[in-house]
Design a binder for this molecule. Structure first.
Ligand code: AMP
Ligand code: ZN
Length: 136
């Protein structure tokens, strides 16, 4: 993928503050972090999003994210963290190379990731469950 900024990082064509690398995955710091220490974890092989990835590659990505999250948390004295993956433009994905965000959280930081809650109508929750199950 010639124009993909994350493929360029994988190929070493543009610099990144790398924190982890294995055969399938690399992780580096986000240059515009939500909090300092915010890491991105990406597959080396270009895929647009999670559903485009095969089982092996997605398992490697998520397992690497778990390791990095642990290291990130420990590096801040057992801090909490949020893991976020934006898939598709409706979800806020800007870089179209799959990536997982790991964002360290601190007491009284100013980051807000909470959403407001809505309600289902009568039996609507089961209709939604049926609809999703059909595609599994
Ligand atoms: P998303 O909205 O999930 O697509 O997030 C893309 C993220 O990539 C943003 O948080 C950007 O700050 C980050 N980003 C974009 N370019 C670079 C880069 N060259 N190095 C590190 N992070 C980047
Ligand atoms: Zn790419």
């Amino acid at each position: 993928m010639e124009d993909c900024i994350f493929c360029k990082i994988v190929d070493g064509k543009i610099p990144a503050a790398k924190v982890y690398e294995d055969v399938k995955v690399i992780s580096f710091l986000d240059i515009m972090p939500a909090n300092k220490g915010h890491c991105l974890v990406i597959p080396k092989k270009h895929s647009e999003n999670l559903t485009e990835m095969n089982e092996d590659d997605s398992a490697s990505l998520i397992n690497a994210a778990r390791k990095i999250a642990k290291a990130l948390s420990l590096s801040f004295g057992n801090a909490g963290f949020n893991i976020i993956m934006n898939n598709g433009k409706e979800a806020g994905q800007i870089v179209n190379h799959a990536h997982i965000h790991i964002i360290p959280r601190f007491q009284k930081d100013r980051l807000r990731i909470k959403w407001s809650h809505i309600k289902y109508g009568e039996n609507e929750i089961n209709e939604y469950a049926d609809k999703i199950r059909k595609f599994i």
